[in-house]
Design a protein around this ligand. Structure first.
Ligand SMILES: [Zn+2]
Length: 102
């Protein structure tokens, strides 16, 4: 189970760009979640640990901004944006996701 209380307002979205010499190559672009939604982005990941995230859209008028949270608890435990990481008191070091979204 992921941390339901987690709210991350920035994400990376997968985009494609023209490659030198022809063709396209994917790259990850940092933007706010609300901006990604208005741009119709569909592929998201955590900007800090590159782990998989769940998207939470705004669904009532007075709700806060749309946000993402980690899908994997292990990501949340070792990501600087993770709620479990922030609550940890063992002085652990952050690390990239062991299941990065590529
Ligand atoms: Zn993360």
């Amino acid at each position: 189970m992921a941390a339901e209380s987690e709210k991350i307002y920035e994400c990376q979205v997968k985009r494609r760009r023209l490659k030198l010499g022809g063709g396209y190559e994917p790259f990850w672009k940092l933007k706010s979640v609300i901006e990604a939604l208005s741009d119709d982005d569909t592929e998201f990941r955590c900007p800090d640990c590159t782990g998989a995230v769940r998207l939470h859209r705004r669904y009532v008028v007075d709700a806060p901004l749309p946000y993402i949270s980690h899908k994997l608890k292990t990501d949340s435990e070792y990501c600087t944006a993770g709620s479990f990481f922030r609550k940890a008191t063992d002085g652990r070091q952050p690390r990239l996701s062991q299941h990065p979204v590529r």
